[in-house]
Design a protein around this ligand. Structure first.
Ligand SMILES: O=C(O)CCC(=O)C(=O)O
Length: 285
């Protein structure tokens, strides 16, 4: 008798992939982690936070998936990789991971920005997977994104005037987009959203009594080349397929459960890196 296998819910449909490419984001995906699995992941998080040095914040946990199997297992979760494959195709690597944690009643905002403006990567072919560690919504500073904004090219970012901003550079509402057009991301713990590296997004502070924690993971097609003179610590792990380009340095998988990576963080220059756009017309002023 022929066996019937259920369709893989993490393989994107043509409609989902089309939506992502047209709108620059994707929501409504099946949970990657069950509530019990997410409770286990959250229970381990303090072990990572304990490695922060005085004066550092969870936002300083950047790229520790290179050194901690705790995070490496998340960034290499086959369900997440299936979702990413539906956007990037069969050959891609992971290079970034970064926590965005807003404790209850904290004012920290993420100014409107395009990720690609910050990154010395070319061309733009990077997907962020935002893994919700908590339930996130408008009440606790969930992310918002301007649909279709990834199709307008990169815009010149300015120094943020907002004293609570957790990024140095941002885009002013009303310049070339309106915050009124933003989509509010709502996720349950264990769910993920996807967004394009050129999509304008940001988030408000967290006035609620609930924590709002998310882990961003950055996946790029193997065609994406990092400028190693700007980002000397750039290193990746091949997730799927093969790399026929040969310009990305790869690292071995970590062995420790929790360990720091001392990551040299270069501030983005005010004019961006001017490397990223796929179009010859570079930064729209
Ligand atoms: O978590 C947030 O509010 C913002 C995340 C973000 O800026 C990013 O994924 O680049």
């Amino acid at each position: 008798m022929a066996t019937v296998t259920a369709p893989n819910p993490y393989k994107l449909t043509a409609a989902q992939s089309k939506f992502y490419h047209e709108r620059g984001y994707l929501l409504g995906l099946p949970p990657v982690y069950t509530p019990a699995e997410m409770a286990g992941i959250n229970a381990e998080l303090p072990n990572l936070l304990a490695l922060l040095r005085p004066g550092e914040t969870p936002g300083d946990i950047r790229e520790w998936h290179h050194t901690s199997t705790y995070l490496y297992e998340i960034v290499m979760n086959p369900k997440i990789l299936d979702l990413v494959e539906g956007i990037l195709g069969p050959n891609f690597y992971v290079w970034g991971s970064h926590f965005f944690i807003k404790e209850p009643r904290t004012p920290g905002t993420v100014p409107w920005h395009q990720d690609a403006y910050y990154w010395p990567l070319s061309p733009c072919n990077t997907v962020t997977v935002w893994v919700a560690f908590d339930d996130v919504d408008e009440g606790n500073g969930g992310m918002k994104l301007i649909p279709g904004s990834h199709r307008g090219g990169l815009m010149k970012h300015g120094q943020t005037a907002d004293a609570n901003a957790t990024l140095s550079l941002g885009l002013a509402d009303g310049s070339d987009f309106s915050a009124a057009d933003a989509v509010q991301f709502r996720l349950k713990a264990g769910e993920v959203s996807l967004h394009d590296d050129r999509a304008i997004h940001g988030s408000q502070g967290n006035p609620s009594d609930r924590r709002r924690a998310g882990l961003t993971i950055r996946y790029s097609g193997t065609n994406v080349k990092a400028d190693l003179s700007v980002s000397p610590d750039f290193v990746a792990h091949l997730c799927r397929g093969t790399d026929t380009y040969g310009h990305t340095p790869y690292a071995p998988a970590p062995t420790a459960r929790y360990a720091r990576k001392d990551y040299r963080r270069n501030e983005a220059p005010a004019d961006g890196y001017q490397l990223n756009p796929t179009e010859p017309a570079q930064i729209a002023q």
